[in-house]
Design a protein. Structure first.
Length: 270
């Protein structure tokens, strides 16, 4: 079944012809998928608002995001007609869209409207100096210096499950499919993409899934990534969810992570 044509927002008159051509091509490609934009964005490892921003001419997408967007649509359209543009052609349109008329203008990069990914995942070209990593390091130091006390009596976790229902850490499955993705992003300097994956895990995963993701990151030597997931989990507005996550780590005997989550939650609420 041919997907219905989407009614698109009119592009700003301020964007260049090159940028306009790129957006038009992206829209034609997007219409080849019958799925919702949110699902497409999720599979392309970006926030729905980020993809919407790209498709409405707010910002020229990074090459990595453009590639993943194309690959997702290509998979959706497999078995049908070929996409209206090849990946190489789309990447070439991106290059033309980036060209400036002069050094004083910002053609191709108009001021972007704030979106979820920008707010939650600050861009950084240095993994060692990313805002998320600095926040994790500061929190670790405060916990070590006991600047953040954890009132165990006030913040009690639920009563542990029966012995037969427990899942000790040494028996946990240490395979989170996104671990390799995060490691690759960090190795390539794509810290924004890595942070987005980690934010999504901490902000939306279930307690058991977060335990699995953190264990997997730690086993891969990604300590900062593991603690970034914990920080994002601790900052959830649903405090019952935070308690459930804390309980999952408590059941697994991960006291250090329990202290870290509680300290992060106290910091977020303060």
């Amino acid at each position: 079944m041919t997907p219905k044509s989407k009614k698109w927002k009119e592009l700003s008159s301020d964007i260049t012809a090159g940028h306009r051509a790129l957006v038009a091509a992206m829209r034609e490609i997007r219409e080849c998928s019958p799925r919702t934009q949110a699902k497409i964005a999720g599979d392309a490892h970006q926030a729905p608002t980020t993809l919407s921003n790209h498709l409405n001419g707010g910002r020229i997408p990074e090459e990595s995001l453009l590639r993943e967007f194309y690959q997702v649509i290509e998979k959706d359209a497999s078995g049908g007609d070929p996409l209206p543009h090849t990946l190489d052609a789309l990447l070439e349109l991106r290059v033309h869209a980036q060209k400036k008329h002069c050094e004083c203008c910002s053609v191709g990069y108009p001021p972007a409207h704030p979106d979820v990914s920008d707010a939650e995942q600050p861009a950084s070209h240095d993994a060692r100096n990313s805002p998320v990593r600095r926040r994790a390091v500061r929190l670790r130091r405060q916990i070590r210096r006991r600047e953040l006390s954890v009132p165990q009596k006030c913040m009690r976790v639920p009563v542990p499950r029966a012995e037969g229902d427990r899942h000790p850490s040494d028996a946990a499955e240490l395979t989170w499919k996104e671990t390799e993705v995060v490691a690759r992003y960090l190795a390539d300097g794509r810290n924004r993409d890595a942070n987005l994956v980690l934010w999504r895990a901490g902000a939306s995963y279930s307690a058991d899934e977060i335990l699995k993701a953190v264990n997997s990151c730690r086993s891969a030597g990604l300590r900062d990534a593991a603690e970034t997931i914990l920080i994002n989990a601790a900052e959830r507005t649903d405090k019952q969810a935070v308690l459930n996550i804390t309980a999952a780590f408590n059941y697994a005997g991960r006291q250090e992570d329990v202290d870290f989550i509680l300290a992060a939650a106290i910091r977020a609420s303060g």
